[in-house]
Design a protein around this ligand. Structure first.
Ligand code: HEC
Length: 151
């Protein structure tokens, strides 16, 4: 009887600790496992943020655009170890990779600026540029990234 009770308490504690664990920590530990790079989770978050922006643009909810844009501009970074692996893999292409990420930062901040002025045209223009930066990096690097880190 006592053993069962202890087991239950133990299980409850594990669940509690898992629930209380900050999301960032969980993401970081996932990133360190061999089958999942942290970059993927970061990308998935970018995808969700872009979807939210599209939704907010349709509603002309500029406050919401202004709030989400900096999350895209200053998205999370992979943990140091993964960064080193990615940089080593990029080699001479690291400059291109970085400048496309910088482009994401700059255009997302332009979009935020336009949103704070409720300038729908400029928000959409910046959004288009932002998506071009996403696309450019995917066309240049996505396939080779997967070949290198997942296959
Ligand atoms: C500097 C390069 C770079 C930029 C800029 C970039 N990505 Fe990515 N993205 C990647 C790479 C590399 C992958 C492949 C990762 C993988 O398969 O694990 C990827 C994959 C993705 C995926 C697929 C994730 C999955 O589960 O397969 C999504 C969604 C995504 N990116 C969204 C975005 C969005 C939205 C932007 C722009 C706001 C963006 N990315 C900008 C490099 C980039």
């Amino acid at each position: 009887m006592k053993a069962t009770k202890n087991l239950k308490v133990h299980a409850a504690l594990i669940i509690l600790v898992t629930l209380l664990m900050p999301a960032g920590l969980l993401a970081a530990s996932e990133g360190n496992s061999p089958d999942q790079m942290a970059l993927r989770e970061i990308m998935q978050q970018l995808g969700r943020d872009m979807q939210e922006i599209t939704d907010s643009i349709s509603k002309e909810d500029w406050d919401s655009v202004a709030e989400i844009a900096p999350r895209i501009a200053d998205h999370a970074q992979p943990p140091l170890g993964e960064k080193m692996r990615i940089l080593a893999w990029l080699g001479n292409n690291a400059g291109t990779f970085r400048s496309l990420d910088k482009e994401v930062h700059n255009t997302a901040m332009e979009m935020r600026e336009a949103a704070t002025q409720a300038d729908g045209q400029d928000v959409i223009a910046a959004f288009a540029e932002l998506q071009q930066a996403c696309l450019a990096c995917h066309q240049d690097f996505r396939k080779s990234f997967r070949d290198r880190f997942y296959e």
